[in-house]
Structures are given as C-alpha cells and as structure tokens.
Write a protein that binds this ligand. Structure first.
Ligand SMILES: *Cc1c(COP(=O)(O)O)cnc(C)c1O
Length: 398
C-alpha cells in the first residue's frame, strides 16, 4: 500500500513543514508503538489479504466508477463518479475504521476508543468492532449526541458504548481530547481509532494508506473506462481523509489536477465557515502542525457548515503541504452552493449525495466551467439519506 507525496511523511512524521507529533510524553510511546506496528502490518501479505477480503465481502468493494452523462452534458465536461456512497454504512469512513480495527486486533488491544462529531465515524467504528468482536467506546460531544440521535441509536445497536462529553465546546474537538485521555490511561489494552487524516504522526499517514484504496481503484477504473487518466480529481475536505485517499495515487501524475473543496458556510467572515486551508493560518491542534482557523492569540475559531462532517477547525497536514507546494488547489463552496449542487445531482443522476459530498460537486462545477471538454473525477464520499432532516428544515426536500 503506497501513495502520497514522494515518500512523505519523513521519519519525523513531517509533510514538508507540516505534521509531526505535538503530544505529552505519556502519549509518545503509544504513538511510536502504533507507528512500528502499522508499518509492519501494511507490509505484511497476510494482514493485507485479510483487509482486502473484508473490504470485498463486508464493505462491498470495489465501489463502481459511474459515468454521469446528464451532468456531463449540462457542465460541458466528462464527469466520472467514484461511488464511496455505496459502501457498507454509506461512506468512505468504513475503509479506515475497518483497517484500524483489524490493526488493533493484530496488536492485541482489548477495546477500541473512537471520537465522533456528526456520528458517521462512530457508526463505522462501532460496525467494524461488532464485525471483529471487539469492545467499542465512542466519545461524542453532548451537543452532538442531541443533534445526531439516529447515529447514536445505530452505534448502540452495534453494541458500542456512547459517552457524551460535556467539557469544552461539547462537540468534536472535546470528544477527540477525551478519547486521547482514555487511550493514555491504558495504551497497551486500548486502541485509539482516529477518524480522519489528522492528529499526531502516524495517524495522517495511516489513514491516508487505508483510504488510498479509493484512488487506486478509481485510477484503474478511469483507465479501463476512458483509456486515460482524468484531468482533475475533486473531493470535499473536512479533516481530509476521503480527499487524501482519492488524491494520493494520482500525486505523481503531474497532468492530473487535484482540487479539494472546503466548507464555505454562510460567508468568509470569522465563525461563518470551516474553510481551513482557504482562510486559516498555521498552528498546532490535536497533536499536529497544520493550517487552522484561529485568531491572532491562537484561540480556535468557531466553525459553521450546513454539513456536520466538514465542521472541523483543522485539516490534515498533508493537505496543508499539498497546498503550500501548489500540487493541489483548495477552494470553498458555500452552504447554498452545496445545497444547489446536491439538488442538481439528485435530479440529473438519481443519486442523493451527502451534504459534505455536495461541496465537491459545487467546486467541480466551477472548475468545469473554466475547463470545457475535460474529464472530471469526483469522489462521492457518502450518501445523503442521513441529511434528509436538514434538507427538509431548509426547504430543499419538498
Ligand atoms: C466525515 C465525512 C466527510 C469529511 O471527512 P474527511 O475526513 O474530510 O473525508 C466527507 N464526506 C462524508 C460523507 C463524511 O461522512
């Protein structure tokens, strides 16, 4: 399993200036052990065969690459859709959750702890733990437990324990802190299953490797379908896991542009969006040095997005590096642009995409207008059934 930018990260877990391990000494040993065990597992043929078999028979991989003829005609480009929405549990998150859960089992961990914001990563983790017969505790901000009741119910049905976190902002940021604290208290018996390409080394690398199955399949499928590589690969960016998984196998293909689309929220003002690379500045959050939404005193900004899964004030360090080197480009799509794109894809192609994913379509549409006749590959990170309540509340679902 390889991908990524010319061998990055380096031995210190750095992607250029970004990444690294900014953690208390108590966590250092656990992170180093995780790194060496993960390196060994991802180079071990029998581990990879087990992972591939589960991806194939339980997750439902490979996911198809679906041509989108009506959208193509409307946009004046050839649109290809990488269908992570068809995975078991409805999004790309299961690729990572399953891979890390298998690693946890191989390392002899008795239980898994995970954080979740909107609940999608909690559901994927709980499902993977049920499948492998492992205990699972999910930390979730108390505010999010209220807002995301159906996902709490799903996690419980899979046998997970959901722990509401009332500290701090009582959302994702506080849940990550709490999960790390739990892990420190028993680093040998517990495995921390982190949900995006963020956090201290080795997580951004490990999550990229596990999500790179998206881009590896898409690359082969594009070649088989069109005889050539796409001109651009587009993905939405929250923490950045579906995007880095889609991008990594194309990074060495100089002719393929990479476009990440962040949550532009209700506007560019402070607290109105979650567009970390577009509007952020470098700093440390959750153990990694990356772009952040913060004020001049280093205080983290409130974020806003219509899509809960993009609502994080940081971003994976490899994206910060890809942006700094110019290898990938990052734009923002507003709530309204994303909702418009969601409706367009639903009407034109009969696919209800997640609100997060809709941002990728909104960004791809702008790129297409400037690049007629090109081939645009969009990562459909997840399905939109979970968003029906929000769609109704904003008058977009009848
Ligand atoms: C969680 C989620 C995202 C955002 O997470 P990344 O780590 O940036 O991929 C995007 N799309 C869907 C459907 C999600 O559930």
């Amino acid at each position: 399993m390889t991908g990524g930018v010319g061998g990055y990260p380096d031995a210190r877990g750095r992607f250029g200036a970004f990444g690294g391990r900014y953690v208390p000494e108590t966590l250092m040993g656990a992170l180093k052990r995780l790194e060496s065990e993960a390196r060994e597992a991802l180079a071990d043929a029998s581990f990879l065969a087990r992972l591939d078999a589960e991806l194939d028979r339980w997750v439902g991989r490979p996911s198809p690459l679906t041509p989108a003829p009506r959208l193509s005609a409307a946009w004046g480009v050839e649109v290809l859709l990488k269908r992570e929405d068809l995975n078991h549990t409805g999004a790309h998150k299961i690729n990572n959750a399953l891979g890390q859960a298998l690693l946890a089992q191989k390392m002899g961990a008795k239980r898994i702890v995970a954080e979740t914001g909107a609940g999608q990563h909690g559901v994927a983790s709980a499902a993977a733990c049920a499948r492998l017969g492992m205990g699972c505790r999910v930390y979730m901000g108390a505010v999010d437990v209220e807002r995301q009741a159906p996902n709490v119910a799903r996690m419980k049905l899979f046998g997970a324990e959901v722990v509401p976190v009332t500290a701090g902002d009582a959302t994702l940021r506080a849940a990550i802190d709490e999960a790390m604290r739990d892990w420190v208290s028993d680093p040998l018996g517990t495995f921390y299953l982190l949900g995006s390409a963020v956090g201290p080394h080795p997580y951004p690398w490990l999550v990229r490797e596990l999500q790179s199955v998206i881009g590896r399949e898409a690359r082969q499928q594009a070649l088989a379908t069109t005889g050539r590589l796409p001109d651009v690969v587009v993905a939405c960016v929250g923490g950045g896991s579906n995007a880095i998984g889609a991008f990594a196998p194309f990074v060495e293909d100089d002719a393929v542009a990479l476009l990440g689309v962040e949550a532009g929220g209700s506007g560019p003002g402070l607290g109105q969006h979650a567009a970390t690379i577009v509007h952020g500045r470098p700093g440390v959050l959750h153990g990694t040095y990356s772009q952040l939404l913060q004020d001049e005193h280093g205080q983290i900004h409130e974020t806003h997005s219509v899509s809960a899964g993009l609502d994080y004030p940081g971003v994976g360090p490899e994206h910060a590096h890809l942006a700094a080197t110019g290898r990938a480009t990052y734009t923002a799509a507003t709530d309204t642009e994303a909702l418009d794109a969601l409706e367009e894809v639903a009407r034109m192609e009969g696919i209800l995409v997640a609100l997060e994913t809709a941002h990728a379509f909104a960004g791809a549409r702008v790129w297409a207008a400037a690049n007629p006749g090109k081939t645009v590959l969009i990562c459909v990170s997840g399905r939109g059934d979970k968003d029906l309540g929000i769609l109704q509340s904003v008058g977009r679902a009848g």
